[in-house]
Design a protein. Structure first.
Length: 151
């Protein structure tokens, strides 16, 4: 049986693969792809042996910065990041949750200064054996990673 590509190959850029289907548009939001001028290919609900149904993002002529890929660890820690040059994978980048996350999450505390003033949000990442929590730099409210509200 001949294997066919469902999405065209990328000459240069970044491929984000193995995104859970329900997280694809959160990835688009975090990376601000809705305002990106590069050619972008989005695919969703593709068959995946590992996760059942997956999403895929291809961004032409752009290698994501490490801090951008690390933000992805927040919502899809098992996604795969491949940097492509001349149709070849030149780097497979692991997703690592950084120690601090800025501008991506809205604080759940209605009294937090970030919800009333033009201040960039900032959360510390608190890792333990059971779960990962985020702590607001300003009001110190803690929230589970899976319960965060993206800005």
């Amino acid at each position: 049986m001949e294997k066919k590509l469902k999405v065209a190959a990328l000459r240069d850029g970044t491929v984000i693969d193995h995104i859970p289907s329900d997280k694809l548009f959160k990835v688009v939001h975090i990376l601000h792809l809705d305002t990106c001028l590069n050619q972008i290919t989005l695919a969703n609900n593709l068959e995946s042996k590992k996760i059942g149904s997956k999403g895929l993002v291809k961004i032409a002529d752009r290698a994501l910065a490490v801090n951008e890929t690390n933000k992805l660890a927040l919502i899809c820690p098992d996604a795969k990041i491949n940097i492509i040059r001349d149709f070849e994978v030149v780097e497979k980048r692991p997703l690592i949750l950084p120690d601090e996350i800025r501008e991506v999450i809205q604080c759940a505390n209605p009294n937090c200064i970030t919800n009333h003033q033009p201040i960039q949000t900032s959360f510390y990442v608190l890792k333990n054996a059971d779960s990962t929590m985020l702590k607001c730099r300003y009001c110190e409210r803690e929230v589970k990673v899976e319960d965060v509200k993206l800005k």
